[in-house]
Design a protein around this ligand. Structure first.
Ligand code: BTN
Length: 318
């Protein structure tokens, strides 16, 4: 209902009569007043003038599900949204929901995380109202070995989103760090629940720095605000990201991983570089020549032998 009320209030600069809104939406004046109070409590600035009606002055920058749903137009992504002002990690709840058979496309979203998780046991700094912290549950019909492609798909979708919404050029450092001007703007953490030959579900966790100022960024990181010099609407960015993920996911299902890998290559900063990939207690060093159809990085060692790595931390040497 709040979504519909806001649609009315958004229509023009003028006052909209309460009578008209309640009649059109089939609710009482009392009911409308209650919804308006709730919107005000959530940070919407709305003025009410007797005989004239209501007028929307400003909206808060919050990722409320009813804001996200407006004009989202996805088929299955974000049809169900779990939204929190704060949470330990969106990954934890998404994992529980996945086990409880939540539908593919369900998202868990938080304005801040107290124990945000990054790759390789690291944390993810998640200051309130600054970034996008999202976990998406997917139930892909692909073998477990192909699932790393979903991480690449998420990285590609982030690059496409920042280009479309803010005209920024992002690049991907294998496997899933999204960079702008060599600083990290987003990270992706993928977790899977699978049997030997069947993926039950995959959780794609995305952390994207949007409106962080320098003081709410860790060393080596950047934000969209820092890159453009102005704040951006997190709702618009998240909507575009969800649409991109859906489009790329449909491409993956219909045409296979090749098309996603090709897109990934077009954003890759790692290919062609001399790299050291640290995985567990070893490292592999050589030239990053390509990625293969399941998302593994192919490294040509000095001996000429090509070695494939599926995970690890990449250091670009030259
Ligand atoms: C990385 O680059 O190390 C991956 C970072 C992933 C962070 C996101 S934020 C939303 C989701 N919840 C988490 O706890 N982690 C992921």
């Amino acid at each position: 209902m709040k979504e519909k009320i806001l649609d009315y209030l958004n229509k023009g600069d003028n006052y909209t009569s309460g009578d008209q809104i309640s009649k059109n939406l089939g609710i009482s004046r009392q009911g409308l007043w209650k919804h308006i109070q709730e919107l005000k409590d959530s940070g919407y600035e709305i003025v009410a003038v007797p005989h004239l009606g209501y007028r929307l002055i400003s909206c808060p920058d919050r990722l409320f599900p009813f804001e996200l749903n407006r004009d989202l137009n996805t088929k299955f992504i974000a049809k169900k949204i779990y939204y929190f002002d704060y949470i330990d990690s969106t990954m934890n709840l998404a994992m529980q929901l996945g086990i409880k058979a939540a539908a593919s496309g369900t998202i868990v979203l938080a304005e801040s995380q107290t124990r945000g998780r990054g790759r390789l046991g690291r944390g993810w700094f998640s200051p309130k109202y600054k970034g996008i912290y999202l976990s998406l549950i997917l139930r892909p019909k692909i073998p477990p070995a192909v699932s790393p492609v979903l991480t690449l798909l998420a990285a590609v979708s982030i690059c496409e989103t920042v280009k479309k919404v803010l005209d920024l050029e992002a690049q991907i450092k294998w496997p899933n760090d999204v960079l702008i001007r060599n600083k990290k703007i987003a990270g992706i953490l993928t977790e899977m629940n699978a049997e030997v030959d069947k993926v039950n579900f995959v959780i794609i966790g995305i952390g994207l720095n949007v409106n962080n100022d320098k003081k709410s960024l860790i060393a080596g990181a950047t934000s969209l605000k820092e890159q453009t010099g102005h704040s951006a609407s997190r709702v618009l960015i998240l909507q575009e990201l969800l649409r991109r993920i859906e489009t790329n996911y449909s491409l993956l299902e219909d045409k296979g991983s090749r098309i996603i890998i090709d897109k990934w290559r077009s954003f890759a900063v790692t290919l062609g570089k001399h790299v050291k990939v640290y995985c567990q207690h070893k490292h592999v060093e050589g030239q990053a020549v390509d990625i293969d159809q399941d998302g593994g990085l192919l490294i040509r060692k000095d001996s000429g032998i090509i070695q494939k790595v599926m995970s690890g931390d990449v250091m670009h040497c030259r």
